[in-house]
Design a protein around this ligand. Structure first.
Ligand code: GAR
Length: 202
């Protein structure tokens, strides 16, 4: 069975969608640990409520050492690292050790509204300001850039004329909560083939 670590920085609603999918037997994997890069996140609370092992590596304390610590917690213990609203940047040692074994969810249709500093509600504010008619979410492998890794799956939502960043965020989150467990399951079933940027679902 695929063993995963889930990394969070905030409310952890995407973590919850993974937990719910496992409980509903739609997703076959085990969450070995949940790691947060800050104190007091609801994501850590959600994990504790389910008896999942948790670690807080406060980025104010760990700074650039955060990746090293994540590597020592996860190496040889998990098969896949899932960034579920995790906002710290990972260093190349961790990314190389887990090549094509780290995935991230981003709340836009990459390559739009992504890159350094683009996270959470900011992404939806930019989409509204730009006036796009469609937005969505993307699950991709993590490489050394920010949001530049190969795309595994995307979901599209309409953007309505009276949308605010908040209403758009809610619509996109609903899709995120389906696409992330779905992709983890594809990986668990060995159905995601990677050749450079070309991802094939078999
Ligand atoms: C999600 O919308 C996720 O896509 C986004 O942060 C939110 C976390 O919500 N991630 C990024 O913006 C990464 N660039 P959650 O804590 O409720 O899962």
């Amino acid at each position: 069975m695929l063993k995963i670590a889930v990394l969070v920085s905030g409310s952890g609603s995407n973590l919850q969608s993974i937990i719910d999918s496992i409980e509903a037997e739609k997703l076959k994997c085990t969450i070995e640990m949940v790691i947060s890069d800050r104190e007091g996140t609801f994501g850590i609370e959600r994990a504790k409520q389910k008896g999942i092992k948790t670690y807080v590596l406060d980025k104010k304390i760990y700074g650039r050492e955060i990746s090293k610590n994540i590597l020592s917690l996860t190496e040889n213990k998990v098969d896949l690292i899932v960034l579920a609203g995790f906002l710290s940047i990972l260093d190349s040692e961790l990314i190389t050790s887990f090549k094509n074994k780290i995935i991230n969810i981003h709340p836009s249709l990459i390559p739009s509204f992504c890159g350094p500093g683009m996270y959470g509600i900011k992404v939806h504010e930019k989409a509204i300001d730009y006036g796009v008619r469609f937005s969505g979410c993307t699950v991709h492998f993590v490489d050394e850039g920010t949001d530049t890794g190969a795309i595994i799956s995307q979901r599209i939502v309409p953007v309505y004329q009276d949308d605010t960043a908040d209403t758009l965020q809610k619509r996109v989150l609903k899709e995120e909560h389906e696409i992330l467990p779905e992709v983890i399951n594809l990986i668990a079933e060995g159905r995601v083939k990677v050749e450079e940027r070309k991802i094939t679902i078999v």
